[in-house]
Design a protein around this ligand. Sequence first.
Ligand code: ZN
Length: 133
Amino acid sequence: MLKIEHLGIAVKSLEQSNELFTKLFGKTPYKLEKVETEGVSTSFFMMGDNKIELLEATNPESPIAKFIEKKGEGIHHIAFEVEDIHAEMKRLQGEGFTLLSEQPKKGADNKLICFLHPKGTNGVLIELCQEIR
Ligand code: ZN
């Protein structure tokens, strides 16, 4: 893994949270993107080299809806940038980690992504992401 690519925060209302975080950060999101296959609407804020992703559920079955139901709003995942997502998925599987998908999926912000099961990572949901080149 190369570095933290972004932090994901689960929110109930993207519209309200965009306003809140725009006030907090003193800047507006550089991107709004809906990923229907993942059941999320997202926004991204650039903070120097770091990004913050806000995620709102687009339907009641969305993983974000379930997360908020169980734990409330808050930090949802940490995403790490990887050079080669296929190689990294294979390496982590070999180390005994459980992946939430067998193949990388298309995520927001031009990324291929894969999540690790939080049961195997001290309760932290970890996302691997590789820039689509
Ligand atoms: Zn993410």
